[in-house]
Design a protein around this ligand. Structure first.
Ligand code: TMP
Ligand code: ASP
Length: 237
């Protein structure tokens, strides 16, 4: 597989074209940002752990009947993925009140949310990823009603699969963010599922093992990401 020029460089990943128009390479970089890029950092090894975690969780979801864009790992940080048309909605699933939910609404941090809450944000740096509802998504032409229902259904199925897998590895999943894309008339899971896009808490101590370590200066982010990788995707050998 030949890696051509960069198509797009985001805050933590770069997307490259390949010699196959149906495949892209997603490179997980060591850069860390938070609060809409206002806080920036670099952490050696972070890209590798996020790639390993994402690959493992995509494989788990595929084994459980969820279509994802994941193809294979080409190196420690280069993931081969299907080229999809990204739907500009960030789908956030919440099982425990944390982060912006506990800040903006009268939930107490740590409160269990049963059934889980699904939130749609408009994926737009220009507008600061504002929360939207189904009417706004439809009026902006981001997706059809049928696609939004399918996305909700997939997000809930993905949540059940992840919660149960992580629970067996002593990890809680308070919330996480998903992105979906269109490919051959289907909606498939895209982007990443990693310590940058999920909250992972140690089930016993409640310790954060995710990007909150970087956001709120709680210690060494790479040590936290490494711990998650160790629990869910042990390195071979
Ligand atoms: P929040 O509590 O800050 O709204 O974050 C909810 C979840 O979404 C959390 O698991 C982190 C993830 N997330 C992203 O993946 N990208 C983002 O830009 C933000 C703000 C959150
Ligand atoms: N993803 C956003 C940023 O990198 C916000 C965050 O994760 O806190 O700035």
């Amino acid at each position: 597989m030949i890696k051509h020029g960069a198509l797009y460089s985001g805050k933590a990943k770069t997307i490259f074209r390949t010699d196959n128009p149906e495949k892209l390479i997603m490179e997980f970089r060591d850069s860390l940002t938070a609060f809409d890029g206002k806080k920036k950092g670099e952490a050696q090894g972070k890209g590798y752990y996020n790639a390993r975690i994402s690959a493992k969780l995509f494989e788990l979801l595929e084994e459980n009947g969820i279509d994802t864009h994941f193809d294979s790992m080409l190196s420690d940080t280069d993931m081969l993925v299907d080229a999809v048309e990204i739907i500009k909605i960030e789908v956030i699933v919440r099982n425990i009140a944390a982060g912006s939910l506990a800040r903006k609404y009268p939930f107490s941090a740590g409160q269990k949310l049963d059934p889980p809450i699904i939130i749609f944000d408009y994926k737009s740096d220009e507008y600061g990823d504002p929360m939207i509802n189904e009417d706004i998504a439809l009026a902006l032409g981001l997706a059809t009603g049928e696609e939004l229902s399918r996305i909700r259904e997939l997000a809930l199925r993905i949540n059940s699969i992840l919660v149960s897998f992580l629970n067996d590895r002593d990890l809680l999943l308070p919330d996480f963010k998903l992105e979906f894309g269109r490919c051959d008339g289907r909606i498939i899971l895209a982007d990443e599922i990693s310590c940058d896009t999920c909250r992972f808490w140690d089930r016993t101590t409640g310790e954060s093992l995710d990007k909150d370590v970087f956001r709120f200066d709680k210690g060494d982010p790479v040590a936290a990401y490494r711990e998650v990788a160790k629990r869910i995707a042990p390195a071979p050998g």
